[in-house]
Design a protein around this ligand. Structure first.
Ligand code: F3S
Length: 377
């Protein structure tokens, strides 16, 4: 890989051990993937924030890295943490968990990262322009950036996204290169998709069975539909999709492998994720709720309590509308990376296939995956 003189100097330790280590990681990543060079990024989104997922080892690793007075060069935001610090005590999380989570956030903050703690950075001020390269971790934000925003990112790990944040560059390979962003197979949707959860179910089914870049035909999803569908597609290894006449980089391609997605496949996607009929709580917001989605929940005046996970800047506006309703607004975290199981919760109702998948497989919770309307009755 060709490095500039500046890159070489950083690799030689000119800017300190923290930057040297970041550059070493980017060079190794670039060489593995046969990148020719590093390219500038306009932003980074760093994952590996919840104490539930990174534990003491992660906290020590990050603290050591940050101890060299290492500061990010790119505008950088953060994925969700394990608790909402404003209500963590009243919700019953352990004091140890709350304290460790606080320490993790402080380490990231000390590196100059904005502790936005949301997986929808594009709804919280980290909104790249079409065609810009970024280095984002968190698969749901990666697929949204590539497919809906037209920004360019590979799916980064927390460590590689942090390295890019510190250097302000990323290796130029994969989805940073225009010709790698074309569809590789075509999905004709015959099923009738009536709810966001239907889009999520289809995304899950396709994502589990296929690799590459799908081109969907026969659907007209909203941005929120694509948010849930993308998150579900990314539970497999898909990092970009196109929708005919909807997404910005959609282009006709001849000779693609063709598959159809019908009503039977839709039903099967729900069935495979469902383990229970009557969950302990209902959790909406995977990926984090937009204001529109959250307002739809609040306006529905649910009979049973619904926990809405969203970005912090939405709190005050949503709490005003949620007063007197059976709704709890929870920021900075989500139903997956928060240890709900430690609160005694054994099952969740979700309208997100990604949440259903990880609540089952990471948190070992029972799941009802359904439309919001059916979940709240
Ligand atoms: Fe976001 Fe948590 Fe889902 S990080 S995409 S709400 S699993």
């Amino acid at each position: 890989m060709e490095l500039t003189r500046d890159d070489e100097s950083i690799l030689d330790g000119r800017d300190g051990e923290g930057k040297r280590k970041a550059m070493e990681i980017l060079v190794a990543l670039g060489e593995i993937n046969e990148a020719q060079k590093l390219v500038p990024i306009s932003s980074a989104q760093v994952s590996g924030v919840s104490y539930k997922t990174i534990g003491d080892y992660g906290l020590e690793f990050l603290s050591e890295w940050a101890s060299h007075d290492t500061k990010v060069k790119a505008f950088t935001t953060l994925n969700p943490a394990g608790v909402d610090p404003d209500i963590a005590n009243e919700m019953g999380y352990s004091k140890t968990f709350i304290e460790k989570q606080r320490q993790i956030i402080e380490v990231y903050r000390s590196m100059g990262i904005i502790p936005s703690c949301t997986c929808t950075p594009y709804l919280a001020g980290n909104l790249p322009e079409f065609g810009e390269s970024v280095a984002w971790a968190e698969s749901s934000s990666v697929i949204f950036a590539n497919s809906v925003l037209g920004a360019r990112t590979n799916i980064e790990s927390g460590v590689s996204a942090l390295s890019s944040a510190l250097i302000g560059k990323t290796p130029y390979y994969g989805l940073h290169i225009k010709q790698n962003r074309k569809p590789t197979f075509e999905v004709t949707v015959e099923a009738s998709l009536e709810d966001m959860s239907d889009y999520a179910a289809m995304g899950y089914a396709i994502g589990q069975e296929h690799d590459g870049i799908p081109l969907f035909k026969g659907i007209t999803p909203t941005r929120d539909d694509m948010k849930l569908m993308g998150a579900a597609l990314a539970t497999g290894s898909i990092s970009m999709f196109h929708v005919e006449d909807v997404t910005q980089e959609y282009a006709r391609e001849e000779k693609l492998e063709k598959i159809t997605f019908g009503q039977r496949e839709l039903r099967e996607a729900y069935d495979v994720l469902n383990t229970i009929d009557d969950p302990d709580i209902i959790c909406i917001g995977c990926p984090h709720c937009s204001i529109n989605e959250a307002m739809d929940v609040i306006k529905s005046d649910p009979k049973r309590e619904v926990w809405i996970f969203t970005a912090r800047q939405n709190r005050s506006i949503l709490e005003k509308h949620a007063k007197g309703k059976n709704v709890k607004i929870i920021c900075d975290t989500c139903m997956v990376v928060s240890p709900l199981e430690d609160l005694g919760i054994k099952s969740v109702g979700v309208n997100s296939a990604k949440a259903a998948f990880y609540c089952r497989n990471l948190s070992r919770l029972d799941v009802r995956f359904d439309s919001l309307k059916r979940l709240i009755g």
